[in-house]
Design a protein around this ligand. Sequence first.
Ligand code: ALA
Length: 398
Amino acid sequence: MNVDKIRKDFPILQKKDPVTYFDNACNTLRPTQVMNAMNEYYEEFPACVGRSHHKLSRLATEATNNARKTIQKFIGAKKTEEIIFTRNATEGINLIANTLSFNPQSIVLSHSKEHNSNHVPWLRLQEDGVIKHETYDWSSDVFNLGKFEELMSSKVSLVTMGHTTNLDGTTIPAKEVVRIAHDYGAKVLFDSAQSVPHHEVNVKKLGVDFLAFSAHKMMGPSGIGALYINEKNFTELDTFLLGGDTVSETTQDSYSLEKPPKRYEAGLQDYAGMIGFGAAADYLKRIGLKNVEKQEQLLNKHITEALIGKVEMIGPRDSLLRGGIFNFNIGGVDSHTVAGLLDSAANIAVRSGVHCQHTWFNKKGLDGSVRASTYVYNTIDEAERFVKEINKLIKLKK
Ligand code: ALA
């Protein structure tokens, strides 16, 4: 893989003195191929999908069908019908929270490093008396399957977990989690917003019931994502938003529902977004997820070896367990101050604060942290610049 060649596809990286973009866990940069694919929709066939009988509509329908197929293949789903386009992973999780049937004894189990998106919807259901929410305390470096299984019983109806966490980049043993959960009759939902963009994820091999992810974390546009629903669960889900395209027939006082995916895609959709999402998946496929993973590991090893012992790291010391994420604090210095200085003095973009992980930070009594998150277009030179700037800040503090 040639990183310099990849960088040429990103206009923002071709500017003079380009930004060192280390905020990829929040939002990635987009290559020209993705922007071109979206522009093509607006310039060549900016029409409604599947509704109108003219050639522009046919072209738009074909392009969005192809995008769905690309996403299906990207995560190894059996059928295109199993891919529902959503606004993002958050909406996918909310869709399941609002459509799966629970009884007040139902336990929904997640872990202690969940993003708010996979935490608050379940708290809300608990508040409404719909479920009981329980948490696996993931405080060891490696997810402990024995401890997880101790929490399982026939009362657990859903295991919903961040597949790779945005806090420290650690990944759950997903296949084993699914196997154990299914042994107890529970369904499994993965928040895969931080896994699908960074390593190979195959829903068939995992055997997972539902899996949600977002395009903006994998070089695609913002405002579009996908929810995988294993077709065997279609009959167990209620409806979500209703309106145009979700129904095949209505009368004054009745309606018949379309089958998924249409049933879950109400109203006019973000067609350019779908097409851009497909182009992003194609682009990543061409690079190869193994290469993406390798580059992130290389950069994270470099940063970790240079800064370990000098900063307070969050997560395992072993960089191989943390994908592309290096999350840390410089003893007592406010995280936003560090991020602001990196930005203004060195044009390095990182995220600071609590990373939508308020619960974890509250438990630890921490105000926040500085998170550098790399992607396949980042270079060793950039990692070195970052290390140099952090060393300067450490010195300044002394
Ligand atoms: N989940 C995104 C992040 O961690 C927003 O930055």
